[in-house]
Design a protein. Structure first.
Length: 242
């Protein structure tokens, strides 16, 4: 399994081989370093802990300093995240364990790979039911005065209570969102940048977890199978109308 941490820079657009505009999100990904290996014998699960974005020692808390000291990197990191180690190493190799202190950068990814991107979505504050849940609201005529964006009835006379999970006004956004099936368009190893097709959660500067879910070869095979299926459908003889 390939994985890395990064920060959202913003959106732009690039031209593909066919000359069409493709909207992409630029992500500053890595370099990350392996901080700890979780093992089944010691921790009862297998995972790799990686650190991202160096931090001043004066701003690092004492327990964290001791944790980072074990890596012999002489570096402190702002963000720590764990990724499952079941799928193999982050470098895409057969070896399951990554060495403590090993660097992970964008060079492990290849254009065309499919990834999953997870982050905290933008916070919208306290919002009404129309914006938060997509309610249609009341008609803007026939005597409606102040209830255009009101939720309407929230319950009946019996059982004399509001059921749990009832869609009502409240805080919107700031949720952990995972967007799957995104394609890597370009990889810039010199500037540690990934260009990913489409939008990803969060504002500029949001921390993102990027995990490869499908290799390039698998994507090509799926596209080939799809093209063959379309070709078969086109060559099928049409039924004559009576």
């Amino acid at each position: 399994m390939k994985f890395i941490l990064g920060k959202k820079i913003g959106m732009t657009q690039v031209f593909n081989e066919q000359g069409k505009i493709v909207p992409v999100t630029l992500i500053e990904a890595g370099p990350c370093f392996v901080i700890q290996n979780r093992t089944k014998e010691k921790d009862n699960y297998e995972a790799v802990q990686i650190g991202f974005e160096e931090m001043k020692e004066s701003k690092t808390k004492k327990p964290q300093k001791g944790h980072f000291k074990k890596t012999n990197l002489e570096k402190n990191f702002r963000y720590l995240r764990e990724f499952s180690a079941k799928g193999g190493s982050a470098s895409g190799g057969k070896d399951k364990g990554l060495k403590i202190g090993q660097q992970i950068d964008v060079s492990i990814f290849i254009p065309g790979e499919i990834v999953s991107v997870t982050g905290i979505s933008k916070g919208k504050g306290f919002q009404g039911v129309v914006k938060r849940h997509g309610f249609s609201g009341f008609p803007a005529s026939h005597g409606t005065k102040h209830g255009l964006r009101a939720p309407g009835s929230i319950g009946s006379a019996w059982p004399q209570r509001v059921f749990k999970g009832k869609k009502m006004a409240g805080r919107m956004g700031s949720d952990r969102i995972a967007v799957q099936g995104l394609e890597i368009v370009e990889v810039d190893t010199d500037n540690n940048l990934l260009a990913i097709k489409g939008a990803v959660p969060g504002k500029r500067g949001t921390l993102l977890e990027i995990v490869a879910t499908k290799e390039v070869e698998a994507v090509k095979q799926e596209e080939k199978a799809k093209e063959e299926k379309e070709l078969i459908e086109k060559t099928k003889p049409k039924k004559e109308e009576k």
